[in-house]
Design a protein around this ligand. Structure first.
Ligand SMILES: Cc1cc2nc3c(=O)[nH]c(=O)nc-3n(C[C@H](O)[C@H](O)[C@H](O)COP(=O)(O)OP(=O)(O)OC[C@H]3O[C@@H](n4cnc5c(N)ncnc54)[C@H](O)[C@@H]3O)c2cc1C
Length: 577
Protein backbone atom coordinates (compact mmCIF):
# COMPACT_ATOMS: atom_id res chain seq x y z
CA UNK A 1 0.00 0.00 0.00
CA UNK A 2 1.07 3.53 -0.65
CA UNK A 3 -0.45 6.64 0.96
CA UNK A 4 0.37 10.31 0.53
CA UNK A 5 0.12 13.12 3.05
CA UNK A 6 1.43 16.60 3.69
CA UNK A 7 2.89 15.89 7.13
CA UNK A 8 3.72 12.46 8.49
CA UNK A 9 3.98 12.32 12.30
CA UNK A 10 5.74 9.22 13.63
CA UNK A 11 4.79 8.57 17.25
CA UNK A 12 1.72 9.66 19.17
CA UNK A 13 2.98 10.60 22.62
CA UNK A 14 2.67 14.16 23.88
CA UNK A 15 5.07 15.47 21.23
CA UNK A 16 3.46 13.65 18.30
CA UNK A 17 -0.10 14.53 19.22
CA UNK A 18 0.67 18.21 19.81
CA UNK A 19 2.60 18.27 16.52
CA UNK A 20 -0.33 16.72 14.66
CA UNK A 21 -2.80 19.22 16.16
CA UNK A 22 -0.61 22.22 15.34
CA UNK A 23 0.19 21.06 11.79
CA UNK A 24 -3.52 20.49 11.11
CA UNK A 25 -4.41 23.90 12.58
CA UNK A 26 -1.88 25.39 10.16
CA UNK A 27 -3.77 23.82 7.26
CA UNK A 28 -1.77 20.64 6.58
CA UNK A 29 -3.18 17.19 5.92
CA UNK A 30 -1.63 15.09 8.68
CA UNK A 31 -1.09 11.35 8.99
CA UNK A 32 -0.07 10.31 12.51
CA UNK A 33 1.05 6.73 13.02
CA UNK A 34 2.27 4.73 16.00
CA UNK A 35 3.63 1.26 16.53
CA UNK A 36 1.29 1.04 19.52
CA UNK A 37 -2.22 2.38 20.10
CA UNK A 38 -2.60 6.08 19.35
CA UNK A 39 -1.79 8.13 22.45
CA UNK A 40 -1.21 5.11 24.64
CA UNK A 41 2.16 3.74 23.64
CA UNK A 42 5.10 5.65 25.03
CA UNK A 43 6.23 7.58 28.08
CA UNK A 44 3.71 10.44 28.06
CA UNK A 45 0.82 8.30 29.20
CA UNK A 46 3.06 6.93 31.98
CA UNK A 47 4.27 10.29 33.29
CA UNK A 48 3.29 10.68 36.89
CA UNK A 49 3.40 14.16 38.13
CA UNK A 50 5.60 17.10 37.40
CA UNK A 51 5.38 19.46 34.45
CA UNK A 52 7.83 22.33 34.91
CA UNK A 53 6.68 25.71 33.67
CA UNK A 54 7.21 29.31 34.81
CA UNK A 55 3.54 30.21 35.23
CA UNK A 56 4.12 32.15 38.42
CA UNK A 57 0.57 31.33 39.45
CA UNK A 58 1.33 31.02 43.16
CA UNK A 59 4.91 32.29 43.48
CA UNK A 60 6.24 35.02 41.15
CA UNK A 61 8.29 33.44 38.36
CA UNK A 62 9.68 34.21 34.91
CA UNK A 63 10.79 31.89 32.15
CA UNK A 64 14.31 33.30 32.51
CA UNK A 65 14.51 31.82 36.04
CA UNK A 66 13.40 28.48 34.64
CA UNK A 67 16.02 28.78 31.91
CA UNK A 68 18.71 29.60 34.44
CA UNK A 69 17.90 26.44 36.42
CA UNK A 70 17.76 24.33 33.24
CA UNK A 71 21.16 25.56 32.09
CA UNK A 72 22.69 25.02 35.52
CA UNK A 73 21.36 21.44 35.65
CA UNK A 74 22.71 20.84 32.13
CA UNK A 75 26.28 21.44 33.39
CA UNK A 76 27.24 23.81 30.59
CA UNK A 77 26.13 21.61 27.69
CA UNK A 78 22.58 22.80 26.94
CA UNK A 79 21.79 23.93 23.40
CA UNK A 80 20.56 27.24 24.69
CA UNK A 81 18.19 28.05 21.85
CA UNK A 82 16.29 24.84 22.58
CA UNK A 83 16.39 25.31 26.37
CA UNK A 84 15.08 28.83 25.88
CA UNK A 85 12.29 27.63 23.61
CA UNK A 86 11.26 25.06 26.22
CA UNK A 87 11.17 27.59 29.07
CA UNK A 88 9.78 30.57 27.16
CA UNK A 89 6.99 28.75 25.35
CA UNK A 90 6.11 26.32 28.15
CA UNK A 91 3.48 28.59 29.73
CA UNK A 92 1.54 28.98 26.44
CA UNK A 93 1.26 25.23 25.99
CA UNK A 94 0.33 24.59 29.61
CA UNK A 95 -2.39 27.25 29.45
CA UNK A 96 -3.63 25.91 26.13
CA UNK A 97 -3.83 22.43 27.70
CA UNK A 98 -5.86 24.02 30.50
CA UNK A 99 -8.30 25.52 27.96
CA UNK A 100 -8.57 22.06 26.43
CA UNK A 101 -9.66 20.75 29.82
CA UNK A 102 -6.66 18.92 31.24
CA UNK A 103 -7.55 20.17 34.71
CA UNK A 104 -4.27 21.20 36.33
CA UNK A 105 -4.64 20.95 40.12
CA UNK A 106 -5.68 24.22 41.77
CA UNK A 107 -5.44 25.73 45.24
CA UNK A 108 -7.53 28.77 46.15
CA UNK A 109 -8.47 29.12 42.50
CA UNK A 110 -4.87 29.25 41.24
CA UNK A 111 -2.99 26.50 39.42
CA UNK A 112 -0.85 24.78 42.07
CA UNK A 113 2.90 24.65 41.53
CA UNK A 114 5.04 22.17 43.47
CA UNK A 115 8.71 22.40 44.34
CA UNK A 116 11.05 19.91 42.65
CA UNK A 117 14.80 19.30 42.94
CA UNK A 118 16.94 21.75 40.96
CA UNK A 119 14.20 24.38 40.57
CA UNK A 120 14.69 27.59 42.52
CA UNK A 121 11.00 27.96 43.35
CA UNK A 122 7.73 25.98 43.14
CA UNK A 123 7.32 25.52 39.38
CA UNK A 124 5.75 22.13 38.66
CA UNK A 125 2.10 21.81 37.72
CA UNK A 126 0.29 18.50 37.89
CA UNK A 127 -3.19 17.09 37.51
CA UNK A 128 -3.14 14.55 40.27
CA UNK A 129 -0.31 12.69 41.91
CA UNK A 130 0.44 9.59 39.81
CA UNK A 131 -2.08 10.66 37.17
CA UNK A 132 -0.69 13.58 35.21
CA UNK A 133 0.49 11.65 32.13
CA UNK A 134 -2.83 9.87 31.57
CA UNK A 135 -4.65 13.22 31.82
CA UNK A 136 -2.25 14.91 29.38
CA UNK A 137 -2.60 12.03 26.91
CA UNK A 138 -6.37 11.90 27.18
CA UNK A 139 -6.69 15.65 26.62
CA UNK A 140 -4.49 15.53 23.53
CA UNK A 141 -6.30 12.44 22.18
CA UNK A 142 -9.60 14.28 22.54
CA UNK A 143 -8.30 17.33 20.67
CA UNK A 144 -6.73 15.13 17.97
CA UNK A 145 -10.09 13.41 17.49
CA UNK A 146 -11.99 16.64 17.04
CA UNK A 147 -9.39 18.36 14.81
CA UNK A 148 -10.14 18.14 11.10
CA UNK A 149 -7.32 17.02 8.86
CA UNK A 150 -5.67 14.40 11.10
CA UNK A 151 -5.75 10.78 9.92
CA UNK A 152 -4.20 8.25 12.27
CA UNK A 153 -3.26 4.58 12.40
CA UNK A 154 -1.96 2.26 15.10
CA UNK A 155 0.25 -0.86 14.84
CA UNK A 156 2.50 0.71 12.21
CA UNK A 157 6.17 0.44 13.12
CA UNK A 158 8.33 2.70 10.96
CA UNK A 159 11.29 0.72 9.67
CA UNK A 160 13.12 3.51 7.87
CA UNK A 161 12.73 7.06 6.65
CA UNK A 162 13.05 7.45 2.90
CA UNK A 163 15.09 10.10 1.13
CA UNK A 164 14.49 11.43 -2.32
CA UNK A 165 17.04 13.76 -3.93
CA UNK A 166 18.75 14.40 -0.59
CA UNK A 167 15.54 15.24 1.29
CA UNK A 168 13.38 13.14 3.57
CA UNK A 169 10.22 12.46 1.57
CA UNK A 170 8.44 9.75 3.54
CA UNK A 171 8.84 6.48 5.37
CA UNK A 172 8.20 2.76 5.13
CA UNK A 173 6.38 1.03 7.98
CA UNK A 174 5.71 -2.58 8.93
CA UNK A 175 2.05 -3.26 9.72
CA UNK A 176 1.98 -5.67 12.62
CA UNK A 177 -1.55 -6.96 12.01
CA UNK A 178 -1.01 -8.00 8.40
CA UNK A 179 2.76 -8.29 8.15
CA UNK A 180 2.63 -6.02 5.09
CA UNK A 181 4.71 -2.93 4.38
CA UNK A 182 3.16 0.52 4.03
CA UNK A 183 4.85 3.24 1.96
CA UNK A 184 4.06 6.80 3.04
CA UNK A 185 5.01 9.81 0.91
CA UNK A 186 5.10 13.10 2.80
CA UNK A 187 6.22 16.65 2.19
CA UNK A 188 7.51 16.80 5.77
CA UNK A 189 8.17 14.11 8.36
CA UNK A 190 8.21 14.59 12.15
CA UNK A 191 9.98 11.98 14.27
CA UNK A 192 8.34 11.97 17.72
CA UNK A 193 9.27 8.47 18.81
CA UNK A 194 10.42 9.14 22.39
CA UNK A 195 13.49 7.78 24.16
CA UNK A 196 15.79 4.77 24.50
CA UNK A 197 15.61 3.46 28.04
CA UNK A 198 14.54 -0.01 26.95
CA UNK A 199 18.24 -0.49 26.19
CA UNK A 200 18.73 -1.08 29.92
CA UNK A 201 17.76 -4.08 32.07
CA UNK A 202 16.12 -1.97 34.79
CA UNK A 203 14.06 0.75 33.14
CA UNK A 204 10.87 2.73 33.55
CA UNK A 205 10.08 2.37 29.84
CA UNK A 206 7.34 0.83 27.77
CA UNK A 207 8.26 -1.81 25.20
CA UNK A 208 8.36 0.85 22.47
CA UNK A 209 11.20 2.87 23.89
CA UNK A 210 14.19 1.22 22.24
CA UNK A 211 15.50 4.38 20.57
CA UNK A 212 13.88 3.86 17.15
CA UNK A 213 13.81 7.56 16.30
CA UNK A 214 17.52 8.08 16.92
CA UNK A 215 18.39 5.19 14.60
CA UNK A 216 15.87 6.27 11.94
CA UNK A 217 17.21 9.83 11.92
CA UNK A 218 20.84 8.72 11.95
CA UNK A 219 20.37 6.42 8.95
CA UNK A 220 18.52 9.23 7.13
CA UNK A 221 21.55 11.50 7.50
CA UNK A 222 20.66 13.58 10.58
CA UNK A 223 23.09 14.36 13.38
CA UNK A 224 22.74 13.01 16.92
CA UNK A 225 23.99 15.04 19.89
CA UNK A 226 24.83 14.37 23.59
CA UNK A 227 24.11 10.65 23.24
CA UNK A 228 26.28 9.72 26.25
CA UNK A 229 23.83 11.36 28.68
CA UNK A 230 21.27 8.77 29.76
CA UNK A 231 19.34 9.86 32.83
CA UNK A 232 18.86 7.35 35.62
CA UNK A 233 15.97 7.95 37.96
CA UNK A 234 17.64 7.44 41.35
CA UNK A 235 14.81 6.04 43.45
CA UNK A 236 13.30 3.36 41.21
CA UNK A 237 11.56 0.69 43.29
CA UNK A 238 13.80 -2.28 44.07
CA UNK A 239 12.25 -4.30 46.95
CA UNK A 240 10.02 -5.72 48.31
CA UNK A 241 8.14 -7.09 45.34
CA UNK A 242 5.64 -4.53 44.01
CA UNK A 243 2.94 -5.75 41.64
CA UNK A 244 0.75 -3.48 39.49
CA UNK A 245 2.47 -0.24 40.44
CA UNK A 246 5.00 1.94 38.71
CA UNK A 247 8.67 1.59 39.71
CA UNK A 248 9.07 5.35 39.80
CA UNK A 249 6.06 5.94 42.02
CA UNK A 250 8.22 7.12 44.95
CA UNK A 251 8.88 10.44 43.24
CA UNK A 252 5.42 11.90 43.97
CA UNK A 253 5.70 10.53 47.51
CA UNK A 254 8.90 12.46 47.98
CA UNK A 255 7.44 15.64 46.46
CA UNK A 256 4.55 15.54 48.84
CA UNK A 257 5.96 13.97 51.98
CA UNK A 258 9.72 14.47 51.84
CA UNK A 259 11.06 11.14 53.03
CA UNK A 260 14.51 10.03 54.09
CA UNK A 261 17.06 8.33 51.85
CA UNK A 262 19.16 6.06 54.09
CA UNK A 263 22.06 3.62 53.83
CA UNK A 264 22.28 0.34 55.75
CA UNK A 265 23.68 2.20 58.77
CA UNK A 266 20.50 4.26 58.95
CA UNK A 267 22.44 7.37 57.85
CA UNK A 268 20.95 10.07 55.62
CA UNK A 269 23.96 9.96 53.32
CA UNK A 270 23.17 12.75 50.83
CA UNK A 271 25.33 15.18 52.74
CA UNK A 272 28.39 13.07 51.92
CA UNK A 273 27.68 14.02 48.29
CA UNK A 274 27.27 17.71 48.96
CA UNK A 275 23.55 18.16 49.65
CA UNK A 276 21.89 18.24 53.06
CA UNK A 277 18.37 16.93 52.51
CA UNK A 278 17.10 16.96 56.11
CA UNK A 279 14.00 15.02 55.11
CA UNK A 280 13.25 17.36 52.18
CA UNK A 281 13.56 16.40 48.51
CA UNK A 282 16.28 18.52 46.97
CA UNK A 283 18.79 16.08 45.44
CA UNK A 284 19.09 16.37 41.66
CA UNK A 285 18.91 13.08 39.80
CA UNK A 286 22.54 12.79 38.79
CA UNK A 287 23.88 13.46 42.30
CA UNK A 288 21.33 11.12 43.92
CA UNK A 289 22.14 8.32 41.46
CA UNK A 290 25.84 8.77 42.08
CA UNK A 291 25.39 8.84 45.84
CA UNK A 292 23.29 5.66 46.01
CA UNK A 293 25.69 3.71 43.80
CA UNK A 294 28.69 4.91 45.81
CA UNK A 295 27.05 3.87 49.08
CA UNK A 296 26.40 0.40 47.61
CA UNK A 297 30.01 0.17 46.39
CA UNK A 298 31.23 1.12 49.88
CA UNK A 299 29.25 -1.77 51.41
CA UNK A 300 26.59 0.52 52.86
CA UNK A 301 23.79 -0.46 50.45
CA UNK A 302 20.48 -2.16 51.17
CA UNK A 303 20.20 -5.98 50.89
CA UNK A 304 19.15 -5.89 47.21
CA UNK A 305 21.81 -3.37 46.21
CA UNK A 306 20.23 0.05 46.63
CA UNK A 307 19.28 2.46 49.40
CA UNK A 308 16.40 2.60 51.85
CA UNK A 309 13.65 5.15 51.43
CA UNK A 310 11.70 5.82 54.60
CA UNK A 311 8.38 7.52 55.17
CA UNK A 312 8.16 6.24 58.73
CA UNK A 313 7.98 9.81 60.00
CA UNK A 314 4.50 10.00 58.39
CA UNK A 315 1.35 8.89 60.16
CA UNK A 316 -1.17 6.60 58.50
CA UNK A 317 -3.52 9.62 58.34
CA UNK A 318 -0.93 11.79 56.59
CA UNK A 319 -0.21 9.03 54.06
CA UNK A 320 -3.90 8.55 53.36
CA UNK A 321 -4.53 12.26 53.06
CA UNK A 322 -1.76 12.47 50.47
CA UNK A 323 -2.31 9.28 48.49
CA UNK A 324 -5.65 7.72 49.44
CA UNK A 325 -6.27 4.61 47.31
CA UNK A 326 -2.57 4.23 46.52
CA UNK A 327 -2.03 3.29 50.16
CA UNK A 328 -4.53 0.43 49.71
CA UNK A 329 -2.64 -0.79 46.66
CA UNK A 330 0.54 -0.75 48.73
CA UNK A 331 -1.23 -2.70 51.47
CA UNK A 332 -2.22 -5.31 48.85
CA UNK A 333 1.53 -5.64 48.23
CA UNK A 334 2.08 -6.06 52.00
CA UNK A 335 3.78 -2.69 52.27
CA UNK A 336 2.98 -0.51 55.29
CA UNK A 337 5.05 2.66 55.04
CA UNK A 338 4.49 3.56 58.69
CA UNK A 339 6.38 0.42 59.70
CA UNK A 340 8.94 -0.25 57.01
CA UNK A 341 11.28 1.37 54.51
CA UNK A 342 11.36 0.33 50.88
CA UNK A 343 14.51 -0.32 48.87
CA UNK A 344 15.22 1.88 45.86
CA UNK A 345 17.96 2.01 43.22
CA UNK A 346 18.67 3.91 39.99
CA UNK A 347 16.63 2.89 36.96
CA UNK A 348 17.08 4.07 33.34
CA UNK A 349 14.44 6.75 32.80
CA UNK A 350 15.07 9.43 30.17
CA UNK A 351 17.54 10.40 27.47
CA UNK A 352 19.07 13.87 27.34
CA UNK A 353 20.69 13.14 23.97
CA UNK A 354 18.89 12.84 20.67
CA UNK A 355 18.48 14.25 17.20
CA UNK A 356 20.07 17.67 16.66
CA UNK A 357 17.55 20.30 15.59
CA UNK A 358 17.30 24.07 15.31
CA UNK A 359 14.69 26.11 17.13
CA UNK A 360 12.20 25.33 14.33
CA UNK A 361 12.72 21.65 15.20
CA UNK A 362 14.19 21.07 11.75
CA UNK A 363 17.15 18.71 11.49
CA UNK A 364 20.06 19.11 9.12
CA UNK A 365 18.24 16.97 6.56
CA UNK A 366 15.59 18.95 4.62
CA UNK A 367 12.12 17.60 5.24
CA UNK A 368 12.97 15.96 8.57
CA UNK A 369 11.67 17.47 11.83
CA UNK A 370 11.87 16.09 15.33
CA UNK A 371 9.97 16.60 18.59
CA UNK A 372 9.90 15.56 22.24
CA UNK A 373 12.37 13.19 23.85
CA UNK A 374 13.68 12.33 20.40
CA UNK A 375 15.32 15.79 20.36
CA UNK A 376 18.79 16.18 21.87
CA UNK A 377 20.40 19.16 23.53
CA UNK A 378 17.76 21.08 25.47
CA UNK A 379 18.74 19.54 28.80
CA UNK A 380 22.49 19.14 28.35
CA UNK A 381 24.14 16.66 30.72
CA UNK A 382 21.23 16.40 33.17
CA UNK A 383 17.49 17.10 32.99
CA UNK A 384 15.47 18.85 35.66
CA UNK A 385 12.33 17.16 36.97
CA UNK A 386 9.31 18.15 34.92
CA UNK A 387 11.16 19.46 31.87
CA UNK A 388 10.40 16.38 29.76
CA UNK A 389 6.64 16.74 29.43
CA UNK A 390 7.05 20.48 28.79
CA UNK A 391 9.65 19.65 26.14
CA UNK A 392 7.28 17.17 24.50
CA UNK A 393 4.46 19.72 24.31
CA UNK A 394 6.51 22.76 23.29
CA UNK A 395 8.72 20.99 20.77
CA UNK A 396 5.75 19.07 19.40
CA UNK A 397 3.82 22.25 18.78
CA UNK A 398 6.81 23.97 17.17
CA UNK A 399 7.61 20.95 14.96
CA UNK A 400 4.00 20.76 13.79
CA UNK A 401 3.99 24.43 12.80
CA UNK A 402 7.35 24.21 10.99
CA UNK A 403 6.43 21.01 9.14
CA UNK A 404 3.13 22.51 7.98
CA UNK A 405 4.94 25.62 6.70
CA UNK A 406 7.28 23.44 4.68
CA UNK A 407 4.42 21.34 3.33
CA UNK A 408 2.57 24.48 2.20
CA UNK A 409 5.52 25.46 0.01
CA UNK A 410 5.95 22.10 -1.73
CA UNK A 411 4.22 20.17 -4.49
CA UNK A 412 3.53 16.46 -3.89
CA UNK A 413 6.39 14.18 -4.90
CA UNK A 414 5.33 10.56 -4.41
CA UNK A 415 8.05 8.08 -3.59
CA UNK A 416 9.26 5.96 -6.52
CA UNK A 417 9.99 2.22 -6.37
CA UNK A 418 13.72 2.90 -6.46
CA UNK A 419 13.46 5.14 -3.38
CA UNK A 420 12.14 2.29 -1.24
CA UNK A 421 13.93 -0.67 -2.79
CA UNK A 422 16.34 -1.30 0.09
CA UNK A 423 13.87 -0.93 2.93
CA UNK A 424 10.92 -2.93 1.54
CA UNK A 425 12.56 -6.33 2.19
CA UNK A 426 12.95 -5.35 5.86
CA UNK A 427 9.39 -4.12 6.23
CA UNK A 428 7.41 -6.87 4.59
CA UNK A 429 9.15 -9.41 2.40
CA UNK A 430 9.38 -13.07 3.47
CA UNK A 431 12.01 -13.37 6.19
CA UNK A 432 15.42 -14.91 5.63
CA UNK A 433 15.72 -18.60 6.43
CA UNK A 434 18.50 -21.13 6.43
CA UNK A 435 21.66 -21.80 8.36
CA UNK A 436 22.36 -19.39 11.19
CA UNK A 437 18.91 -17.76 11.01
CA UNK A 438 17.50 -19.50 14.04
CA UNK A 439 18.11 -16.46 16.25
CA UNK A 440 16.65 -16.21 19.73
CA UNK A 441 15.82 -12.52 19.38
CA UNK A 442 14.25 -12.22 22.85
CA UNK A 443 17.44 -13.56 24.43
CA UNK A 444 19.47 -11.12 22.35
CA UNK A 445 17.40 -8.18 23.65
CA UNK A 446 18.02 -9.40 27.19
CA UNK A 447 21.74 -9.81 26.55
CA UNK A 448 21.95 -6.27 25.21
CA UNK A 449 20.03 -4.86 28.19
CA UNK A 450 22.36 -6.67 30.58
CA UNK A 451 25.56 -5.47 29.01
CA UNK A 452 24.25 -1.89 28.82
CA UNK A 453 23.26 -2.02 32.51
CA UNK A 454 26.55 -3.56 33.58
CA UNK A 455 28.94 -1.42 31.56
CA UNK A 456 27.13 1.64 30.16
CA UNK A 457 25.12 2.53 33.28
CA UNK A 458 25.56 5.55 35.52
CA UNK A 459 29.14 4.65 36.58
CA UNK A 460 31.43 3.94 33.64
CA UNK A 461 35.05 2.96 32.99
CA UNK A 462 37.17 2.63 29.89
CA UNK A 463 37.41 -1.17 30.25
CA UNK A 464 33.69 -1.56 30.83
CA UNK A 465 32.75 0.59 27.85
CA UNK A 466 35.20 -1.27 25.63
CA UNK A 467 33.69 -4.56 26.82
CA UNK A 468 30.21 -3.26 26.02
CA UNK A 469 31.24 -2.19 22.54
CA UNK A 470 32.69 -5.66 21.86
CA UNK A 471 29.44 -7.26 23.07
CA UNK A 472 27.34 -4.94 20.91
CA UNK A 473 29.48 -5.75 17.89
CA UNK A 474 29.07 -9.51 18.47
CA UNK A 475 25.30 -9.13 18.73
CA UNK A 476 25.24 -6.96 15.59
CA UNK A 477 27.16 -9.62 13.65
CA UNK A 478 24.75 -12.29 14.87
CA UNK A 479 21.71 -10.24 13.88
CA UNK A 480 22.67 -10.18 10.20
CA UNK A 481 21.25 -8.04 7.41
CA UNK A 482 17.80 -9.59 6.89
CA UNK A 483 14.93 -10.12 9.33
CA UNK A 484 13.94 -13.44 10.85
CA UNK A 485 10.40 -14.55 11.73
CA UNK A 486 7.60 -16.49 10.10
CA UNK A 487 6.43 -13.70 7.77
CA UNK A 488 2.85 -14.05 9.03
CA UNK A 489 0.61 -11.45 10.72
CA UNK A 490 1.75 -10.51 14.23
CA UNK A 491 5.27 -11.69 13.55
CA UNK A 492 6.91 -10.69 16.82
CA UNK A 493 10.26 -12.24 15.90
CA UNK A 494 10.47 -9.86 12.96
CA UNK A 495 9.53 -7.02 15.28
CA UNK A 496 12.27 -8.09 17.71
CA UNK A 497 14.70 -8.18 14.80
CA UNK A 498 13.69 -4.69 13.73
CA UNK A 499 13.94 -3.48 17.33
CA UNK A 500 17.38 -5.02 17.75
CA UNK A 501 18.60 -3.40 14.54
CA UNK A 502 17.81 0.00 16.05
CA UNK A 503 18.73 -0.82 19.64
CA UNK A 504 22.17 -2.10 18.64
CA UNK A 505 22.86 0.98 16.53
CA UNK A 506 21.85 3.31 19.34
CA UNK A 507 23.64 1.28 22.03
CA UNK A 508 26.81 1.43 19.95
CA UNK A 509 26.54 5.20 19.67
CA UNK A 510 25.91 5.69 23.41
CA UNK A 511 28.82 3.46 24.43
CA UNK A 512 31.22 4.93 21.89
CA UNK A 513 30.64 8.58 22.82
CA UNK A 514 30.73 7.64 26.52
CA UNK A 515 34.13 6.06 25.92
CA UNK A 516 35.34 9.18 24.15
CA UNK A 517 34.28 11.58 26.94
CA UNK A 518 37.16 11.26 29.39
CA UNK A 519 35.62 13.29 32.21
CA UNK A 520 32.61 13.15 34.52
CA UNK A 521 29.69 15.51 33.97
CA UNK A 522 26.05 15.27 34.97
CA UNK A 523 24.61 11.86 34.11
CA UNK A 524 27.91 10.66 32.62
CA UNK A 525 30.22 9.58 35.45
CA UNK A 526 33.57 8.00 34.57
CA UNK A 527 35.19 6.19 37.50
CA UNK A 528 38.54 6.49 35.74
CA UNK A 529 38.06 10.22 35.00
CA UNK A 530 36.15 11.53 38.02
CA UNK A 531 36.71 15.24 37.45
CA UNK A 532 34.70 17.63 35.24
CA UNK A 533 37.20 19.14 32.80
CA UNK A 534 36.76 22.55 31.13
CA UNK A 535 38.09 21.28 27.80
CA UNK A 536 35.15 18.86 27.71
CA UNK A 537 32.59 21.68 27.59
CA UNK A 538 31.70 20.34 24.17
CA UNK A 539 28.77 18.51 22.64
CA UNK A 540 29.66 15.26 20.96
CA UNK A 541 27.85 14.71 17.69
CA UNK A 542 27.39 11.56 15.66
CA UNK A 543 26.62 11.13 11.96
CA UNK A 544 26.23 8.17 9.65
CA UNK A 545 28.41 8.40 6.58
CA UNK A 546 28.71 5.67 3.95
CA UNK A 547 27.67 2.95 6.36
CA UNK A 548 29.96 4.07 9.18
CA UNK A 549 29.52 6.28 12.22
CA UNK A 550 31.50 9.53 12.46
CA UNK A 551 32.01 11.39 15.75
CA UNK A 552 32.86 15.02 16.34
CA UNK A 553 33.12 17.34 19.33
CA UNK A 554 31.77 20.85 18.90
CA UNK A 555 31.90 23.69 21.46
CA UNK A 556 28.73 23.74 23.51
CA UNK A 557 26.16 26.08 22.02
CA UNK A 558 24.72 26.95 25.42
CA UNK A 559 25.98 29.72 27.62
CA UNK A 560 28.03 28.32 30.50
CA UNK A 561 25.99 28.31 33.68
CA UNK A 562 27.16 30.39 36.58
CA UNK A 563 30.22 28.78 38.14
CA UNK A 564 28.73 28.48 41.61
CA UNK A 565 25.68 26.55 40.37
CA UNK A 566 27.34 24.30 37.83
CA UNK A 567 30.60 23.47 39.50
CA UNK A 568 29.62 23.03 43.12
CA UNK A 569 27.86 19.66 43.06
CA UNK A 570 30.43 18.27 40.67
CA UNK A 571 33.34 19.39 42.83
CA UNK A 572 31.79 17.45 45.69
CA UNK A 573 31.36 14.38 43.49
CA UNK A 574 35.00 14.55 42.53
CA UNK A 575 36.16 14.71 46.12
CA UNK A 576 34.16 11.65 47.07
CA UNK A 577 36.01 8.35 47.32
C1 LIG B 1 7.21 6.14 33.95
C2 LIG B 1 7.59 7.52 33.48
C3 LIG B 1 7.22 8.63 34.24
C4 LIG B 1 7.58 9.92 33.82
N1 LIG B 1 7.18 11.01 34.56
C5 LIG B 1 7.49 12.26 34.13
C6 LIG B 1 7.04 13.42 34.83
O1 LIG B 1 6.36 13.33 35.85
N2 LIG B 1 7.38 14.63 34.33
C7 LIG B 1 8.13 14.78 33.19
O2 LIG B 1 8.41 15.91 32.77
N3 LIG B 1 8.55 13.70 32.51
C8 LIG B 1 8.25 12.46 32.94
N4 LIG B 1 8.68 11.38 32.22
C9 LIG B 1 9.34 11.60 30.91
C10 LIG B 1 8.31 12.05 29.89
O3 LIG B 1 7.11 11.36 30.13
C11 LIG B 1 8.79 11.78 28.45
O4 LIG B 1 10.06 12.32 28.23
C12 LIG B 1 7.82 12.41 27.44
O5 LIG B 1 6.49 12.07 27.74
C13 LIG B 1 8.19 11.95 26.03
O6 LIG B 1 7.15 12.31 25.15
P1 LIG B 1 7.30 11.96 23.60
O7 LIG B 1 6.03 12.34 22.95
O8 LIG B 1 8.56 12.53 23.10
O9 LIG B 1 7.49 10.38 23.55
P2 LIG B 1 6.51 9.20 24.03
O10 LIG B 1 5.43 9.68 24.88
O11 LIG B 1 7.40 8.13 24.57
O12 LIG B 1 5.84 8.71 22.67
C14 LIG B 1 6.59 8.12 21.65
C15 LIG B 1 5.65 7.31 20.76
O13 LIG B 1 6.37 6.89 19.61
C16 LIG B 1 5.98 5.57 19.27
N5 LIG B 1 7.04 4.95 18.47
C17 LIG B 1 8.30 4.65 18.87
N6 LIG B 1 8.99 4.11 17.85
C18 LIG B 1 8.15 4.06 16.78
C19 LIG B 1 8.26 3.57 15.44
N7 LIG B 1 9.40 3.00 14.98
N8 LIG B 1 7.18 3.65 14.62
C20 LIG B 1 6.02 4.19 15.05
N9 LIG B 1 5.85 4.65 16.33
C21 LIG B 1 6.90 4.59 17.16
C22 LIG B 1 5.73 4.90 20.61
O14 LIG B 1 4.88 3.77 20.52
C23 LIG B 1 5.12 6.06 21.43
O15 LIG B 1 3.71 6.04 21.38
C24 LIG B 1 8.34 10.08 32.62
C25 LIG B 1 8.70 8.97 31.87
C26 LIG B 1 8.34 7.69 32.29
C27 LIG B 1 8.76 6.50 31.46
Amino acid sequence: MHVETDVLVIGSGGAGMYAAIEAARAGAQVFMIDRSLIGRGGATVMAQMTVAVALGSETPDHWRHHLQDTLAAGRGLCSEDLSRLLCERGPECILEMERWGVGWARRNGRITQAMAPGHDRPRCVYVDFLNTGPAVSKTLRTVVNRTAGIAKASDLCVVDLVRQDGEVAGAVAHHLGSGAPLIISAKAVIVATGGLTRLYRRNSASANMGGDGYALALRAGATLIDMEFVQFFPIGHLAPRLVGMDPIMWDPFRYKLGGRLLNNQGEEFAERYGVAEDGRYVLTRDVATYGILKEVAAGRGSPHGGAFLSFQHCSQEALRAAFGPVIDRLAANNIDLTRQSVEVAPIAHYHMGGVKADARMETEVPGLFVAGEAVGGANGANRLSGNAVTEALVFGRRAGRSAAERAARRAPRPLRPADVATVLPLAGAPPATGAGRDLNTAAMVERLQTLMADDVGPLRTRDGLARALAGIEALTDALGELPVGDGKPFDYRRLDWLDLRNMLTVAHVVAAVALARTESRGAHQREDHPEMRPEWAVNQTVRWREGGIVFAAVPAAGAAPPADQAAAPQAVLDATP
